[in-house]
Design a protein around this ligand. Structure first.
Ligand SMILES: *Cc1c(COP(=O)(O)O)cnc(C)c1O
Length: 404
């Protein structure tokens, strides 16, 4: 069979399950109101939770960074790609996490996907067992597959099941791996309970804070600050393309762990360092996150989350036959669980024709039968934006109920 025929058959099977994904073209920068495929839309889908991607000070800092440093870094970090700008970023992050991780040090990566592959494959050697949370991000799942370690999955937020698995383990090193904020549900991992189990069973806790960094905690340092955690067993992965408004990722951990990553993490050693201009701009992003602008945007997010949840609960009550429900989320990720793939795509399409972009999320990204609208809020959305979403959803719900 030719490869093209083989792939066409697979593409047809994807389409038959209403699972075809399509690229849309942004004609302007990330913002709550953005032009997509030539049409202005009100967006509830980006992970730019603080609106920093559109912040003029960030664009200015990027331009300044480009003037200072030019284009790319030219090499991997250990060859010549590691600049003073890179070092200022990791030094700042080490200081940020010093209250949470003794002898904290940080190391940078180009993306969160790379950082997760690096930390899980470098630490997950043949003497190790990885205890992986059921709802972990795809990059952590791929990382666990690549690692030489034994992998044991534990059910979502189930501390009792994890305890049983840890107690049964006989390996030298145990690594618990979890998202801090689950990307498709918006709920928080029970990090204090996970850390207590790590202490009890001599395990280490890798926390992927892609959706917490910048958003959670009084200073925006993320889930460790939010829960007030402190332990040398914490290995934090943060990403810089979401609330930080730029690109990149980091691991912050005890200096010995970071030194080992520098020696052994193939994704660090064999990949070109990020452009120094991005690192230069990240310093501005960090100052905004911990300063008054970050605090004001986080406060606005909390207010918008409450308004959206109240509105969605009222809508669900008005249309009980649709069987929609919410997750237990206290973050800017506020999914509306609809159920079927075709239903969620029809709903997303109805919103889009009303001028709103809210992505429908289907299996395999989420479990079968739990297709959902993944609504994300931004600190630069207004209450009027949230109300516009709620009224468009009300019209779409009434239409779906009539059709059913
Ligand atoms: C987005 C995301 C990543 C990947 O980060 P990128 O910088 O986008 O590669 C990793 N983990 C989680 C939980 C994410 O949501």
């Amino acid at each position: 069979m030719s490869l093209l025929d083989h792939l066409s058959a697979k593409l047809n099977a994807i389409a038959a399950q209403s699972l075809t994904r399509t690229l849309r073209r942004a004609d302007g920068g990330t913002a709550p109101r953005q032009t997509i495929n030539g049409r202005p839309l009100l967006m509830f889908c980006s992970n730019d939770y603080l609106g920093l991607a559109a912040e003029p000070a960030i664009a200015e800092a990027l331009a300044e960074g480009a003037r200072l440093w030019g284009g790319g870094s030219g090499a991997s970090p250990l060859v010549s790609g590691h600049s003073a700008a890179h070092e200022a970023v990791t030094d700042t992050l080490a200081a940020w996490f010093a209250p949470h991780i003794p002898e904290a040090r940080a190391i940078g990566f180009c993306t969160g996907y790379m950082a997760n592959l690096a930390v899980v494959t470098a630490l997950g050697d043949e003497h190790t067992e990885i205890f992986s949370e059921q709802l972990n991000h795809a990059s952590l799942i791929d990382a666990a597959r690549l690692a030489k370690a034994k992998v044991t999955r534990f059910p979502h937020a189930d501390l009792a099941a994890l305890r049983t698995a840890l107690a049964a383990s006989t390996v030298k090193v145990k690594l618990i791996v979890t998202d801090a904020v689950f990307s498709m549900d918006g709920d928080l991992a029970p990090l204090p309970g996970l850390l207590a189990l790590a202490e009890e069973f001599d395990a280490w806790l890798i926390v992927d804070d892609a959706h917490g960094f910048g958003v959670l905690g009084a200073k925006g340092r993320g889930s460790l600050e939010y829960f007030g955690l402190h332990s040398e067993r914490l290995i934090l992965v943060g990403t810089l393309g979401k609330a930080a408004g730029l690109a990149g990722a980091f691991v912050a951990a005890h200096a010995t762990i970071v030194e080992y990553l520098l020696q052994a993490a193939r994704n660090f050693i064999f990949s070109t360092a990020s452009p120094p201009a991005i690192e230069h701009a990240l310093l501005t992003s960090f100052a905004l996150i911990e300063g008054p602008l970050g605090a004001a945007r986080r406060a606005n997010l909390v207010a918008l989350q409450a308004r959206l949840r109240d509105g969605l609960m009222a809508l669900i009550d008005r249309h009980p036959r649709l069987g929609w429900h919410l997750t237990d989320s206290a973050t800017p990720i506020q999914p509306l669980i609809v159920g079927g793939n075709a239903e969620v795509m029809a709903l997303a399409a109805a919103l889009e024709s009303a001028g709103l972009r809210v992505p429908g999320i289907r299996p395999p990204t989420v479990a079968a039968g739990t297709a959902r609208l993944r609504i994300t809020l931004c600190g630069t959305h207004t209450t009027a934006d949230v109300d516009e979403l709620l009224s468009a959803l009300e019209r779409a719900a009434a239409a779906q109920e009539q059709a059913a």
